[in-house]
Write a protein that binds this ligand. Structure first.
Ligand code: PHE
Ligand code: ZN
Length: 837
């Protein structure tokens, strides 16, 4: 039986809409009873269809009269003829099994705590309901349980021993419903909105974790302030709560007034969390909070519109972090992430548009394309219309669509109305998959420098032919001394466009500044141009990217690294530059990015060759910098206590980047060991541990680390992760047998299996196929338990057609093996089908 394909073109309005929902939960681990009372009003009209999965229907009635609907595996229906035309009250009782719910969708148990995950389609595992985002209703929830803490969306309207009642005054789609019950402790604070309303804030964690919530709380308050100041959006309830859970399929979830977080994005102390973890918390807290307006108050009409809320909210959280920290460094990090994940996705069998037009399982479309490319599309839109018009358009968006379930068309219409522009061509960014390639030719004739842009959007699955898109190219022109004498914005909106810059000498062109569009730029620069830009570009992003391009040239062709080493050396010693920026310049493109560039150049990917080349290039740099490394590292010493903010993380990043190069020199590992022994924060400790492990010298440090952090699961995840990235298959197998490899916990599964498949290319791509087999074994195992996590992890195979033929054959065998498994979830079977197509 094949699962049906859902198509955007088939959208129809709901037959019946919902005014109010009253839910009563009688919690019990394997037999929770959910009583629902739902007030329906006419929509498009027709039969009543209610989605429902893994539910035991105990009773049902319409306007108090028992009914016997036709019940199937996906839901139930009642014929229109049996329904009062003007609306009716539906009541039913369902029984569900939170303890046996291993998918972590719907209501489940995590370490004795009940919690829910309803996006995208988890609510149908709680009760029968039109589980689609365009059905918005007002919820009142009663929870009955002996557990001390009983939470749901909105405000608490009553409680007593063994029960609590909650009411959320804002209409919401079912995917934003949440319920939590457990023996939890809270850390509380408050926030006064700019109109003077006091909002209570609470973060709920397990006892003992209270002292690791301060950064999350502070991030929340800063997010609330930022959304008021930058977007003019105030919070709209008297209470905002966050709950941390250890078992969670994703990062976090924006349920109205009751966000539920993977504990990884809440809990942090200097001893247990790295600078990167702190930054992750800040951005995920912001992201979920920002969803209150972009996602909750204005939601999606259907799941094809997912990027309406996700692209916009990612864009907002990126801007927030840029304001909190260094904007150029944030931009570099985001582009690195985009290239590593989204460009990779866009180049293979899983490529899909920012707004997909069909899916089998929507869980498979929470992707880098919908999220990160979606954010890039909004960044381009702002670039094209300008910051002021962007603000006007957003105000209009909130004014016009507050309380509605909207589409990408609604979103673009707002920009058209606010600016008078025709955005029909721009809409192609939502419709066409694939990363455009932009080739640039330059010609100087003595008075004018002419640039000719040629764009090409590659064919992707289901989209053989593409149309030209508007590509905003921010540019600057530098003279021989590095002085910038002109700059501007060129929109390359046809297959071929030209840009003329009047000047008296051939300039060095800095193109696509700030990465103004998510494209592959191919600029045939003259010898020395990149080095010139690495030394002088006034755009920090492009300055960094010039270094990266120089390194990539050497990585691809095994060529000379002299220019790159010289340039990096000068940047490193430029005290005027932010250490965080210098750390970025120091880093060499990862093996995945090199593999992509190799494939893009039309060559076969051999992960062993890439690994060796990258090692050689880093060696060259270490050799080139030789005795300058240690003093540079010493210069990054930090005085005073640990802080995850300000300049300290950048200094640590630079110091640890330098340590990585020092480790390549004789005696360097002793320094790394000393750094590990001396480390008084997780950033330095993990950096040293990683370096030692990468050199096969981590045995003692790993043992020490494991002993020191026994029982702190987020840190033990790191311990697994480091070994997964640098260990041999034999090492991985030993870890799979480790008592602490509690693979049912998604974080732990990801720490070992996903870190191995995505972060250890040489072992994953071993020529005997052992790496592929290992992944396939675990995908099958996980699929029976948690399809969403299995399907997500299967994307590790997404570049399989780029590797050597012998490896392709081995992967094909594993994909076929998975495809022919006797039972396979809808999630994984869709993914494997797309991978093999
Ligand atoms: N909507 C969540 C976010 O982006 C992501 C999510 C999706 C979480 C599905 C859980 C399940 O913030
Ligand atoms: Zn989101």
């Amino acid at each position: 039986m094949t699962d049906p394909t859902i198509r955007l073109a088939d959208y129809t309005r709901p037959a019946w809409e919902v005014d109010t929902v009253h839910l009563t939960f009688r919690l019990s681990p394997d037999a929770t009873e959910v009583r629902a009372r739902i007030r329906f009003k006419p929509g498009r009209g027709g039969d009543l269809w209610l989605d429902g999965q893994a539910l035991d229907l105990l009773e049902a009635a319409i306007d108090g009269k028992p009914v016997a609907p036709a019940v199937g595996k996906q839901g139930l229906s009642v014929p229109a003829a049996d329904l009062p035309k003007d609306g009716f009250e539906w009541t039913c009782t369902t029984r569900i099994d939170p303890e046996g719910n291993t998918s972590l969708e719907g209501l489940y148990l995590s370490q004795g705590m009940y919690c829910t995950q309803c996006e995208a389609e988890g609510f149908r595992r709680i009760t029968y309901f039109p589980d689609r985002p365009d059905v918005m209703a007002i919820y009142t929830v009663r929870i009955e349980s002996d557990l001390p803490v009983l939470l749901s969306n909105g405000n608490r309207i009553g409680s007593g021993p063994g029960w609590a009642e909650w009411h959320d005054p804002w209409p919401k789609p079912a995917y934003l419903f949440a319920l939590v019950a457990g023996d939890l402790k809270s850390v509380t604070d408050s926030f006064t909105t700019r109109s003077g309303r006091k909002v209570d804030l609470a973060i709920w964690v397990r006892d003992g974790d209270q002292d690791r919530c301060a950064y999350a709380m502070d991030s929340l308050k800063r997010s609330m302030r930022w959304d008021e100041e930058v977007y003019g959006r105030e919070y709209d309830l008297d209470l905002f709560q966050i709950v941390a859970v250890d078992d969670f399929n994703a990062g976090a979830m924006e349920n109205k007034g009751l966000n539920i977080f993977n504990s990884k994005y809440v809990l942090a102390s200097p001893e247990t969390a790295t600078d990167g973890d702190f930054e992750g918390i800040e951005s995920v807290i912001a992201h979920e909070y920002f969803h209150n307006w972009t996602g909750n108050r204005i939601t999606c009409r259907d799941w094809f519109q997912l990027s309406l809320k996700e692209g916009l909210t990612v864009f907002r959280d990126q801007c927030f972090t840029a304001d909190m920290r260094s904007a150029p460094v944030k931009r570099i990090q985001d582009v690195q992430g985009l290239r590593a994940a989204q460009f990779r996705e866009d180049a293979g069998p899983l490529a899909h548009p920012v707004r997909p037009e069909e899916y089998v399982e929507i869980n498979n479309f929470y992707t880098a394309t919908v999220y990160e490319k979606g954010a890039e599309v909004i960044r381009m839109l702002r670039e094209i219309v300008g910051a002021e018009a962007y603000e006007t358009a957003l105000n209009l968006y909130f004014e016009r669509h507050d309380g509605q379930a909207c589409t990408i068309e609604d979103w673009l219409q707002v920009f058209e109305d606010a600016t008078g522009r025709d955005l029909s061509q721009f809409k192609l960014w939502y419709r066409q998959a694939g990363t455009p390639q932009l080739d640039v030719e330059e010609q100087f004739d003595g008075t004018v420098h002419r640039l000719t842009f040629r764009q090409n959007v590659p064919a992707t699955p289901g989209q053989p032919n593409k149309q030209p898109m508007p590509i905003p190219v921010r540019w600057g022109a530098l003279d021989a001394s590095g002085h910038e004498f002109a700059n501007g914005l060129h929109i390359a909106d046809a297959a071929v466009t030209t840009l003329d810059i009047p000047c008296s000498a051939r300039p060095v062109m800095s193109l696509l500044r700030g990465f103004s569009a998510p494209v592959h730029l191919k600029q045939a620069e003259q010898v020395g141009d990149r080095a010139h830009r690495l030394a002088h570009d006034t755009d920090p992003f492009n300055r960094w990217d010039a270094g990266r391009a120089l390194a990539m040239e050497a990585l691809l062709d095994g060529g000379d690294t002299q220019d790159w080493c010289d340039g990096v050396g000068r940047v490193l010693e430029d005290e005027a530059l932010d250490p965080a920026f210098r750390a970025m310049v120091l880093s060499v493109p990862g093996e995945g990015e090199i593999a992509q560039a190799t494939a893009l150049a039309g060559r076969v990917v051999d992960p062993d060759v890439i690994h060796a080349r990258r090692k050689q290039v880093r060696q060259n740099l270490a050799h080139h910098l030789s005795d300058r490394l240690a003093p540079l590292r010493d210069a990054q010493q930090i005085d005073g206590p640990y802080s995850p903010d300000g300049s300290a993380p950048g200094k640590r990043a630079l110091a640890n980047g330098l340590l990585g190069l020092i480790a390549l020199q004789s005696d360097g590992l002793n320094l790394a060991q000393a750094a590990f022994d001396r480390a008084d924060n997780m950033t330095d400790s993990l950096a040293a541990l990683t370096i030692l492990t990468a050199h096969g010298a981590g045995k003692n440090a790993l043992a020490h680390f494991h002993h020191r952090w026994s029982g702190v699961s987020l840190v033990i995840d790191k311990w697994f992760g480091v070994q997964a990235r640098f260990g041999s298959i034999a090492d991985i197998e030993a870890l799979l047998d480790h008592t602490e490899f509690t693979w049912r916990t998604p974080n732990r599964f990801r720490a070992l299996i996903a870190s191995f498949a995505f972060g250890n290319p040489t072992e994953f791509h071993r020529k005997d196929g052992a790496g592929y087999q290992l992944l396939a074994d675990w995908l099958l195992r996980m699929d029976a338990l948690n399809p969403m996590v299995a399907a997500r992890t299967s994307t590790a195979f997404d570049s399989w057609r780029t590797v050597t033929e012998d490896r392709q054959a081995l992967i094909a065998t594993q994909l076929e093996r998975i495809a022919s498994a006797p039972t396979l979830s809808k999630d994984t079977s869709e993914m494997i089908g797309r991978l093999r197509a």
